[in-house]
Design a protein around this ligand. Structure first.
Ligand code: HEM
Length: 504
């Protein structure tokens, strides 16, 4: 080898070392702490297969509230404290308001959907549509039908067989969303919205949470046959896409017809149809409406199921809330929104339900648009940032005895512990915060207060007469749902039963 060649080789090696290896090492040394991973695949084999929010929370006790993982080269940060989530997702929202690309969900037909759209013009348009219809100033418009649906819910609960309770809780959630989106009131079991929403639920159950399938990691797999390893979701897409498209098409088609016939009730779709201008794409309205179904239904239903589970396991809380309702509302009527301020313990039950088992325990991932430095740690561009909402609920620095269901924690001291309400955590953070953040608590409150006022929730018994105590287990997935809510729901008294059945 000539000297010149040798020197060029040394110069090249030194260049690589100083300009590539050293900066990479320096970057790697600045990454947030996390459990050790494997070469190339990172934490793929170490990712929890179940109850990931709880496992991440345990890991955070060793690695801190900003924890770093990688899976097949994809960087992931888990935020396990409210402070870190606010510091990054709210205070630095200009950098953290993007979402990763959810290839499987897009192919399934969730396109365009505000929840999954990347940060930009189209997301902004959808967000504006949601905010202007679901804003705090619109709550009074929804309260009459929320109240009516809550009355129907208790009528159904006290008359149906126990195995139908979950169906009626789900129907209540669908009923509210159908009213918001399409001005439609559900009155029969074979309502098209019930059918579409049931099928949508089945579709989502067969895919798992967004961003988790091999298609999301390797989008090219969409072009492979379903038998190819990792491409089985191609078949799932084929099976379920028509259902998802029906969820997009049916509401707009129906409201348009009603509008032409002068029969359309006020709704999200009607308001936006009337605002539509030349050149506006109907697909945007379809997507924005379907997203309200997708994001608002299961979350509301699951939270109500958590409430039922809590009441089965904590009859003392149920009795205390009922005493409060009796003293404020009496037994001649059911609670309405005008009573909310006077019922602090019912409010605590709502907050504790949101905290004890948050509906969306790992949030929906945000995506860092540029490199960022936080507390001296590097969060690389492209990192998926998860808020561990469940972890925040279990933060012992904020909530005493956090695994217990203890609504009094929110009451001011000395009666309670003055701990912070959970509705500023449960709905996420920053510019991507849930657009149902105002309407959802109202829906939940009127359902919870109506159930407490009129129903007694007790343990079911098995064939041998033994009391069934459900495990407080929660399903995995984007939205978590109690796995066992077996109970018996009866009217609190004969007079309440008459009142409920006569109230429309
Ligand atoms: C108990 C009920 C609910 C819970 C716990 C919940 C929770 C959440 C959470 C944690 C997020 C992610 C926020 C983030 O990225 O930081 C979210 C997003 C979203 N939620 Fe909800 N939600 C509920 C009900 C609703 C309802 C009733 C609606 C509509 C009426 C709704 C519409 C949305 C939408 C559109 C997004 C995506 C926002 C975006 O990406 O810009 N949610 N929700």
């Amino acid at each position: 080898m000539s000297l010149a060649l040798y020197l060029s080789f040394v110069a090249f090696a030194a260049g690589v070392f100083f300009f590539v290896v050293l900066p990479e090492r320096r970057r790697a040394s600045m990454l947030p702490p996390g459990p050790p991973g494997d070469p190339l695949i990172g934490h793929l084999l170490r990712m929890p297969s179940a109850q990931s929010p709880l496992v991440f929370h345990e890991w955070s006790k060793t690695y801190g509230d900003v924890m770093y993982l990688t899976v097949l080269g994809r960087c992931i940060v888990i935020l396990d404290s409210y402070k870190a989530a606010v510091d990054l997702l709210e205070k630095r929202s200009a950098n953290y308001s993007d979402r990763p690309k959810f290839t499987l969900y897009e192919l399934l037909g969730w396109d365009p959907a505000a929840t999954f759209l990347q940060y930009g013009k189209q997301w902004n348009k959808h967000r504006q549509m949601h905010q202007s219809y679901l804003g705090r100033d619109k709550l009074d418009d929804f309260r009459p039908f929320q109240t009516q649906e809550a009355r129907t819910l208790v009528q159904n609960l006290i008359q149906c067989a126990p195995e139908k309770y979950e169906d009626y809780l789900s129907r209540f959630a669908t009923g509210i969303i159908a009213q918001i989106v399409a001005g439609h009131r559900i009155t029969s079991d074979d309502d098209p919205y019930l059918r579409i929403s049931k099928m949508t639920f089945e579709a989502m159950s067969s895919t798992g949470p967004p961003g988790n399938s091999p298609l999301d990691f390797f989008p090219l797999l969409q072009h492979f046959p379903p038998w190819f390893p990792g491409a089985k979701h191609v078949e799932v897409v084929r099976t379920w896409r028509p259902t998802l498209r029906e969820l997009h098409d049916y509401p707009l088609r129906t409201v348009k017809n009603q509008k032409e016939n002068g029969e359309a009730a006020p709704s999200f779709i009607l308001e936006n149809l009337e605002k539509m201008e030349e050149g506006d794409d109907e697909e945007d309205l379809k997507g924005a409406a379907a997203t309200i179904f997708g994001a608002g239904e299961l979350t509301t239903w699951s939270t109500l199921s958590v409430f039922i589970l809590a009441m089965i396991l904590h009859p003392e809380c149920q009795a205390k809330a009922q005493r409060e309702i009796d003293s404020v509302v009496g037994d001649q009527r059911l609670p309405d929104f005008g009573d909310r301020q006077e019922l602090p313990f019912v409010e605590c039950i709502l907050q504790e339900t949101l905290r004890w088992n948050p509906g969306v325990p790992l949030g929906v991932p945000h995506r860092a648009m540029e490199d960022d430095i936080y507390r001296g740690m590097l969060i690389p561009k492209g990192t998926l940032v998860f808020s561990n909402i469940k972890g925040m609920a279990l933060d012992e620095n904020v909530y005493s005895d956090p695994t217990s269901f203890h609504p009094e924690r929110f009451l001011p001291t000395p009666t309670g512990k003055g701990e912070p309400h959970f509705d500023n955590v449960a709905f996420g953070f920053g510019r991507r915060i849930c657009t149902g953040q105002y309407v959802a608590p109202d829906t939940l409150w009127i359902a919870i207060s109506s159930i407490l006022a009129s129903c007694k929730i007790t343990n079911a018994v098995d064939e041998e007469g033994k009391i069934i105590v459900p495990d407080a287990l929660i399903s995995d997935g984007l939205v978590s749902h109690p796995t066992d809510t077996r109970c018996v729901i009866t009217p609190r008294s004969l007079s309440v039963k008459t009142l409920v059945l006569e109230t429309v």
